[in-house]
Ligand binder design. Structure first.
Ligand SMILES: Cc1cc2nc3c(=O)[nH]c(=O)nc-3n(C[C@H](O)[C@H](O)[C@H](O)COP(=O)(O)OP(=O)(O)OC[C@H]3O[C@@H](n4cnc5c(N)ncnc54)[C@H](O)[C@@H]3O)c2cc1C
Length: 236
């Protein structure tokens, strides 16, 4: 997976602060202080004036479907109607990579699908019809534009240990890029439990994915309670 930042709103801190001043903020605050105050208190509409456009390559179609669920963004995907997918690249989940037999089976399935795709072409079948044999793992290219507020929402959801590994990897790469550009906005952004200091994923702590959550150990300083903990309800 490759994540490339194509464009972003420059001078964003000044822009957000300027728009916040139109709305009304205490006098004497610097631009940076205003932006930090907005992020901390979730007065986030002013953050919508900053946007980022990413070129995502080598992501699976399965991931692109998850990305499309983030409706407050603009999406352009590589077309399987207009582009040939002969010799397609594909995503291999880590779990399969670690299992030699599973990996062989997985690769065999991909080879067979690729072969069928080409055979259908040789039978004169259109690209539009042939594409239905392509797997969810097939690599696609994607251009994604998202504003800073929506990006915080995306990162909060997709940096969670419960998110699928591929979209989590994407979220980490995107965060690494944007935190360097606007640390005032993104350096406090992690999973939404961390953002809100309370984890809405009541069930995750006890699930297999929950074992990877760095915030679940009660005795540690990093502990973040679930909503259930906060409300003191053990009987849910
Ligand atoms: C761990 C995990 C598991 C998931 N499992 C599933 C699943 O099993 N099935 C599934 O379909 N999806 C699943 N999703 C996707 C999830 O339900 C959301 O669709 C996705 O994360 C996009 O989030 P969003 O709606 O906040 O983002 P956006 O669509 O970008 O919306 C941003 C915010 O705008 C507001 N908003 C947007 N559209 C509306 C609207 N129509 N009405 C009211 N408010 C709106 C909401 O406040 C929303 O949070 C999962 C996501 C995660 C992280």
């Amino acid at each position: 997976m490759k994540v490339e930042l194509l464009k972003y709103t420059e001078g964003g801190i000044e822009l957000v602060a300027q728009s916040a001043r139109v709305s009304g903020v205490p006098g004497g605050m610097s631009d940076e202080e205003i932006v930090r105050m907005i992020v901390e208190n979730d007065y986030s509409s002013a953050l919508e004036h900053i946007s980022f456009t990413f070129n995502l390559s080598g992501i699976s179609v399965a991931l692109s479907r998850e990305l499309l669920e983030h409706r407050i963004a603009s999406h352009t995907a590589r077309s399987t109607r207009y582009q040939e997918e002969e010799d397609f690249g594909y995503y291999i989940p880590t779990e399969i990579l670690k299992n030699k037999r599973a990996l062989e089976n997985y690769k065999k399935a991909m080879r067979e699908l690729s072969k069928t795709y080409v055979e259908l072409r040789d039978m004169g079948i259109s690209r539009e019809s042939r594409r239905y044999v392509l797997p969810m793992a097939v690599h696609t290219n994607y251009v994604w534009t998202v504003n800073a507020r929506s990006l915080i929402n995306f990162l909060g959801l997709r940096l969670c240990v419960r998110a699928s590994p591929e979209i989590r990897e994407l979220a980490k790469k995107i965060r690494d890029i944007v935190v360097k550009i606007y640390p005032e906005i993104f350096e406090s952004v992690e999973c939404r439990g961390k953002i809100m200091s309370v984890c809405p994923e009541n069930e995750v702590r006890d699930s297999p994915q929950g074992k990877d959550c760095p915030y679940k150990i009660r005795s540690s300083k990093a502990f973040i309670p679930t909503k259930r903990d906060v409300r003191g309800r053990k009987d849910w």
